[in-house]
Write a protein that binds this ligand. Sequence first.
Ligand code: LMR
Length: 328
Amino acid sequence: SVIFLTSCQSTEYPVDYEQLGKEERIVIRFSHVVGEDTPKGMAARKFAELVKERSNGLIEVQVFSNGTLYKDGEEMNALSRGDIQMIAPAISKLTDIVPEISVFDLPFAFNSLDEVHEYALSDIGEKLTNRLKNHNLLVAGLWDSGFKQISNSIRPIEHYSDLEGLRIRIMPSDILTKQYETLNAETKRTDFVTVFNVLQNGNVDGHENTLTNITSKNLYSLQNYITISNHGYLGYLILFNYDFWNSLPEDVQQLLTEILQEVQEWEWQLTKEMDQEKLQEIQHCAIQLHTLSEEDKLEWEEKLQPVYDYYREHYSERFIDALPKFQN
Ligand code: LMR
């Protein structure tokens, strides 16, 4: 069954190493696109270390970071082909195969990461992520990058109207396109590995991302202004090729599940800490910082209502109605 990792399971069935035998060493190739100095980068390494340690080296997780092996647009195909076994793409990048999953992209949908976790782990959240099963994908967890902020090189973004006419790099998601369209900004979709270049050569004026992504790639060095808007969630689904997962012995699945549960909790905590650290760091950089007040945010949220209407009209009512902000 799909493991959206809700409860801790103890290892009742330790891996039977004798039976597994050396010749059956298992290799899991795990490709992702961000730097090592990010919550995803660090969690990937932690996962690899724990797996090595607890399987006595019989299971090896090989992590390929920074998009060195496959870029955004390539990793899903590589997973389907079985060239790699595990990826952790941003949820926005899964919206082409499961469009309803873009509920996570809606602006101001969640007030905290805890709210995101609660939603993702709820029955409705699991129904949503389980739709990936139809694409031979097993969802083995959720990792955070955090909430996105808006950076640009043209002017401070305080009122939403300040975005008018700006060219903004986004991840491939129609909800993100709609979000900026509603604010009369232009959007360009690019792979994460090319964000530095498009900001540097002026192909776009700005972009939205989390502070750990912005700092780990030095993106703030190319921008003059950053608005702490916390307007949208950026998180990852941990995905295995389903056929590969099913081919694993049950005790190996059990061990991996347990470690993923542990790493997920660790990663959630790490994201909160790193995000705060990076905010402190960025305050000392030559970039002008503006933080949206709660009042501002309400104004932005109201202005962005058409994005919700678009979601309801094109995708589904029920995934949106179950958002924490529409409860009570
Ligand atoms: C982006 O493309 O901006 C992010 O999804 C990169 C990532 O994986 O965090």
